[in-house]
Design a protein around this ligand. Structure first.
Ligand code: 5AD
Ligand code: SF4
Length: 436
């Protein structure tokens, strides 16, 4: 039996790619093991969205450099695509470098690797197919990812993704619906539709569905109780998506709509293709909805040329939208991107200062917003149990975490849907008691 170990960095797309890579390896006769020490083949599925993420894989590889381990190393994912064969120079003990667009070729690449080839590469974008596998090893028994579109055709000036994941390729709608049906029959109740930009989904089959149609149809699959999607680009985010959520109870009360900045000048320089007003129009659709749609976002501080005034505009936007939560990032220089060559890069300490101010502003918003949930009943999908506190961990349709108590029972309730009365609220989570 051949053994492998895989470690995954980065986004949900990468996490799901790893599930498919594991399925492929198992199909090729490999057995997954828990530690790199036990493995003959060690794979790192890497992220290069920010410099820190990229450095992680080189740290890992360095740890093994000094030991003559006799192991085979492979670098997959975004760093592989970005650095290509340079990785063999930086880390000569690596034998395979393969980007996500080449995973369909993994079985062939493994044959080369097993034949003793020390420089195996899968780095081309020559296939317009999406990566589908007969076997996927899913790591959660209740919630499953489905990729609907790969790659990205936008050109945000700070972003490596168009280089690391290539051009957009949408998956045939019938194949998505088939997978959703299979998942439902296997007991999954929550589906997350994935893509770098799900809103630009375009069914390549004659059915020709757009994203709103696909979303609605997945929500009608028997047995599926919750559907989420990530990530959305404001430029391609249409009103029919909100209409679908309103009409279909299985679609969750949550939209993640990254804004990046609250300054039109910075948005232009980021090549985001929308203005603050256009973004706010989409926010207003959600706020006007009959459904209580939670809104979350990604924000970058310290983009080249960002003045104090631009930053203040971002803070003002936060207060206008009143996000349920945000992911915050300091701008990080990435290879090949247009922003790299821009003047007026912001000093690191100033980026850190803006990050703290941004996070504190958002914290106050979350304290206020979450307090309004006290006394309400929320349906939660139970996702775990915290032994230290004796609380169950649940997730609401709005994607809020609820830590709750329930009269002691022998059996696990993970995977069930329960109503929880919210009794307390903090900035990052709610707490309560099960009512059924
Ligand atoms: N620097 C900082 N943050 C970035 N992001 C993408 N590229 C960069 C970069 N070069 C952030 C964006 C994106 C999220 C996934 O990561 O906010 O939405
Ligand atoms: Fe990181 Fe972007 Fe690649 Fe995801 S797609 S792993 S966020 S670089």
């Amino acid at each position: 039996m051949k053994t492998f170990y895989i470690e995954t960095f980065g986004c949900q797309m990468n996490a799901h790619d790893s599930e498919k890579v594991i399925g492929t390896l198992v199909g090729e006769g490999y057995e997954q093991v828990e530690t790199p020490e036990q493995a003959e083949l060690v794979l790192y599925n890497t992220c290069s969205i920010r410099d820190k993420a990229e450095q992680k894989v080189f740290h890992r590889l360095d740890q093994f450099k000094r030991q003559q381990s006799g192991k085979t190393f492979a670098v997959l994912g975004c760093v592989a695509q970005q650095e290509g064969a340079n990785i063999f120079e930086k880390a000569p003990h690596v034998s395979m470098v393969c980007g996500s667009a080449s995973y369909a070729k993994l079985p062939e690449l493994l044959v080369q690797l097993e034949a003793g080839n020390k420089r195996v590469t899968g780095l081309t974008f020559d296939s317009d197919e999406t990566f589908e596998t007969p076997m996927t090893r899913r790591d959660n028994p209740h919630r499953a990812y489905i990729t609907i579109i790969e790659g990205c055709d936008k050109a945000c000036s700070y972003c490596v993704v168009p280089f690391t994941r290539g051009p957009e390729r949408s998956r045939v709608s019938a194949s998505v619906i088939k997978e959703a049906g299979e998942l439902a029959r296997a007991g999954y109740t929550e589906i997350r539709l994935l893509g770098q930009n799900v809103n630009s989904y375009r069914d390549p089959s004659p059915a020709g569905w757009d994203f709103a149609t696909l979303l609605n149809q997945v929500g009608h699959v028997d047995g599926i109780r919750r559907v989420r999607f990530t990530t959305s680009h404001p430029r391609d985010f249409t009103k029919p998506i909100i209409d679908a959520i309103e009409a279909n109870p299985a679609l969750c009360n949550h939209v993640h709509l990254p804004v990046q900045s609250g300054s039109d000048r910075i948005l232009k320089s980021m090549q985001r293709l929308y203005t603050v007003d256009q973004y706010m129009e989409r926010i207003e659709w959600m706020k006007a909805s009959r459904r209580p749609i939670a809104i979350t976002s990604d924000i970058i501080v310290g983009f080249p040329g960002e003045t104090e005034e631009d930053f203040e505009l971002t803070l003002a936007l936060l207060k206008r939208v009143e996000y349920d939560s945000i992911f915050t990032f300091k701008y990080s220089k990435r290879p090949n991107t247009p922003a790299l060559a821009m003047g007026d890069h912001i000093p690191e300490e100033e980026k850190s200062r803006r990050l703290v101010v941004l996070q504190e502003t958002q914290r106050q918003i979350q304290i206020r917003r979450n307090a309004a949930y006290v006394g309400r009943h929320e349906e939660c999908l139970v996702e775990g149990f915290n032994k230290a506190t004796g609380q169950w961990i649940g997730r609401t349709s709005q994607h809020k975490t609820v830590n709750f108590l329930r009269p002691a029972t022998e059996e696990s309730i993970i995977g069930q849907y329960l109503n929880v009365e919210v009794t307390r609220a903090g900035p990052h989570s709610l707490a309560g008691q099960a009512v059924n």
